[in-house]
Design a protein around this ligand. Structure first.
Ligand code: GLV
Ligand code: MN
Ligand code: MN
Length: 412
């Protein structure tokens, strides 16, 4: 069976998808269920239909595009990723796994391959936490990691609930119906850019992911006392932003103190109220991302950050409320998938290496319900979540070849 990838078509599709953006090119901003996200979804649906795939969209907007196999009674093989993009991002994060997955299916169709198992392409809703504060919303619901009741509590920064946003997007099904049975997929493979520098540094074109690091998120609300920036003297202040600033420094220390390169912690959001140059901040909200490959060490950082929040609140006489938004366990890749991927690389004569994913992915949650694995391709200078994110056409092509070959093996 010869698998040929139509690379220029795939690159054109990646370019078109990148044009659905709220930021001027080369930056891409595509927040879930924004007008641009809805337009991008319509474009993808058209491509999926042109490939003769059968479409289904669930109540949270996860899209499933199925190439029916010869035996409809056996579990399908899944592939896919996400197409939402964080503010001021690039064009490859997630999209390579969706459009690359589509091209892998088209390449198999062109080769004359007839799968026994159905092959299903997934485009997950809101892998990025931008709008609702929690990442992998679609795959969390689909795997039962997030309950429909918890999902119904989610609101965006304008106070709109997830259900309201879904209704406005034309999705009025029940969130209870999103969960898939544990045997739904025989296996799941996600193609993604590495988002780190290792493959490029080593000159190796393919990474086979063996494990995904454990992510966690805190939202911390700080309530101090506002007032006039000229009239309130320094000893009388209870400045909420200064407490937030000290908390951000404590977050950095929590990661550095483990002395492990695998510990990372970031304060990526800080909003200050009322936000006037001549007013003392009375309220601040920070959001903190904490990750490690080792669960106990990640949890140690969470405890250190909680303790720091309490101590800083007491010292500065501000009220500090800490909410844990998520604290997920790491995932191990399944041998069923890693073996299919290494066999594919060997058959194609492509060098590969095993590696850990430090970013999280929808695969973290798919692994709770199906044997799961990931293919990484290099990205220039390891850059991601930036407009200069770049993966070369040759690397994208190799990633799609490995994916197609693995899907063929798994679907037999
Ligand atoms: C996903 O985008 C992540 O933040 O790891
Ligand atoms: Mn991302
Ligand atoms: Mn991604």
């Amino acid at each position: 069976m010869e698998i040929t990838i139509e690379l220029s078509r795939l690159l054109n599709e990646l370019e078109t998808l990148a044009s659905f953006s709220d930021a001027p090119a080369p930056a891409v901003t595509r927040v879930v269920f924004s007008a641009q996200d809805l337009a991008a979804r319509a474009y993808l649906h058209k491509l999926f239909c042109e490939a003769q795939l059968k479409l289904r969209t669930d109540a949270v907007g996860n899209t499933f595009a199925r190439w029916a196999g010869a035996d409809p009674n056996v579990p399908a093989v899944g592939t896919g990723s996400h197409t939402d993009a964080v503010p001021h991002a690039g064009r490859y994060d997630g999209t390579v796994g969706v459009l690359g997955g589509l091209e892998a299916i088209r390449a198999l169709q062109r080769s004359g391959f007839r799968p026994r198992r159905s092959i299903e392409l997934l485009a997950f809703t809101s892998e990025e936490p931008t709008r609702f504060g929690i990442g992998c919303l679609g795959s969390r619901l689909l795997s039962g990691t997030l309950s429909p009741e918890s999902a119904r509590q989610l609101k965006d920064s304008d106070g709109k609930s997830l259900e309201e946003v879904l209704r406005q997007a034309g999705l009025d099904g029940s969130l209870e119906d999103v969960r898939l049975a544990n045997q739904f997929y025989h296996g799941f493979v996600e193609l993604h850019i590495e988002q780190g520098p290792l493959l490029e540094r080593k000159g190796i074109p393919i990474g086979i992911v063996t494990a995904i690091a454990a992510p966690a998120t805190f939202r911390v609300r700080i309530e101090g006392s506002g007032g006039h920036a000229g009239a309130v003297l320094m000893p009388d202040r209870r400045d909420a932003f200064l407490a937030a600033a000290e908390i951000a420094l404590a977050v950095e220390s929590a990661a550095k103190d483990t002395r492990s390169a695998d510990s990372v912690a970031t304060t990526g959001v800080c909003s200050v109220f009322p936000g006037a140059v001549n007013s003392i901040p009375s309220r601040a909200v920070v959001e903190i991302d904490v990750r490690d490959t080792d669960l106990a060490r990640r949890d140690g950082m969470l405890s250190a950050i909680r303790a720091a929040c309490e101590a800083i609140g007491a010292k500065r006489q501000v009220r500090v409320e800490v909410d844990l938004i998520n604290a997920d366990a790491p995932a191990q890749a399944s041998p069923l998938i890693t073996e299919a991927l290494s066999a594919s690389c060997q058959a194609l004569g492509i060098e590969f290496m095993p590696m850990v994913s430090r970013a999280y992915h929808d695969s973290l949650f798919l692994s709770r319900i199906a044997p799961t694995g990931m293919i990484f391709i290099p990205c220039r200078n390891g850059v991601s979540h930036r407009p200069d994110e770049y993966a070369s056409p040759e690397d994208i092509k190799r990633g799609v070849q490995v994916l197609a070959s693995a899907l063929a093996q798994l679907a037999q």
